[in-house]
Design a binder for this molecule. Structure first.
Ligand code: PBG
Length: 327
């Protein structure tokens, strides 16, 4: 070793020094809890592949939202599971559809104390499980889908959502939704665009969570895991179309994309720690193979470090509780 001796370990010698120099930290205000509400459910139903995560009844959803406020979370992202599905996903547009009723109930519960967000996508509502409507050949019809997204967005804004999360990866979806919202006077309803959303095997448990009807895959609309450059194009297009915030999804396996997008984005960048990321941590820690709490915190911190400001995570409430305890 030369002089002066470089000893990076000086700044790791005890928890106080480490805390002083820690570059990133988690805060509850930037955590967003994804939550599922299912039509016709009598009791909350635990999702087998996601232990600790539930399909909610309207009552248990309201309770989860109230708890999110108490914990100081940043937001709640709502997904609906309808009793009936059809080709066009019409339950997604219906003001009395399960998601729109869920939005209204949560908004009545939390007012402006929590950012109420909702999924603008047809996959939970279609009988075929695709994120858009199909054309005569059975392919996903981009532009026909945009018109429906516009109506869905207006219904969600009317129900009381502060912020909409278009997750279907149709081209032009942000612009179409912005235009539809503005035309109905919903100028303040914000858009959190799922800009760089990849076709991922790690969505598996979510498909159980929403009772997905999908056969096949979403590779004609979600991005290819092989591609990096394209994420910038998707982000730039969404920003040009009026996205207020953008998102990368999944988070793990795409942290390079989070970094790339964070470097160029003039709007806040979020990332979604998706169902499979949750399930893997749960399964490994249930086996005693990894330390659950440490793994959860490390996984979230890595997303922060990559450059995301907000994180959607099924751990949001639990982590906020830990942060409150000061652990
Ligand atoms: C589509 C949507 C999906 C997720 C969020 N929005 C599923 C998909 O694209 O197949 C996945 C979230 C997760 O896996 O936690 N509405």
């Amino acid at each position: 070793m030369g002089f002066p001796q470089h000893r990076p370990r000086r700044l790791r010698q005890n928890p106080a020094v480490r805390a002083l120099v820690a570059q990133n930290e988690l805060s509850a205000r930037q955590l967003i809890l994804p939550a599922f509400v299912r039509e016709g459910l009598a009791e909350p139903n635990e999702i087998t592949s996601m232990p600790g995560v539930y399909q909610h009844t309207m009552d248990s959803l309201k309770a989860a939202a109230a708890q999110a406020v108490t914990l100081g979370l940043g937001g709640i992202m709502l997904f609906g599971i309808p009793a009936e599905r059809d080709e066009n996903g019409s339950a997604g547009i219906d003001p009395q559809g399960i998601l729109n009723r869920g939005i209204a109930a949560v908004r009545a519960e939390v007012g402006d104390d929590l950012v109420v967000m909702s999924d603008v996508c047809l996959d939970e509502f279609t009988s075929h499980g695709h994120c858009g409507v199909l054309d005569a050949d059975g392919a996903v019809d981009n532009d026909a889908t945009l018109a429906i997204y516009g109506q869905m967005a207006v219904a969600q804004a009317q129900a009381g959502a502060h912020m909409l999360g278009p997750s279907g990866m149709m081209d032009g979806q942000v612009g179409a939704i912005r235009e539809a919202l503005d035309a109905e006077g919903h100028l303040d309803t914000a858009i959190l665009a799922y800009s760089a959303k990849y076709a991922s095997a790690f969505y598996g448990p979510f498909r159980e969570a929403v009772d997905s009807q999908l056969k096949g895959d979403r590779r004609t609309y979600q991005m290819d895991a092989a591609n990096r450059r394209e994420a910038i194009l998707e982000a730039e297009l969404d920003i040009a179309e009026g996205a207020d915030m953008i998102m990368v999804k999944p988070a793990m396996s795409y942290l390079d994309i989070v970094r790339d997008v964070a470097e160029i984005s003039p709007v806040p960048v979020s990332a979604y720690q998706i169902s499979g990321e949750y399930s893997m941590i749960e399964a490994a820690s249930a086996n005693g193979w990894i330390d659950r709490r440490a793994s959860v915190l490390e996984s979230l911190l890595s997303i922060k470090r990559a450059g995301a400001e907000q994180i959607l995570t099924y751990y949001a409430a639990e982590v906020a509780g830990w942060l409150k305890e000061g652990k």
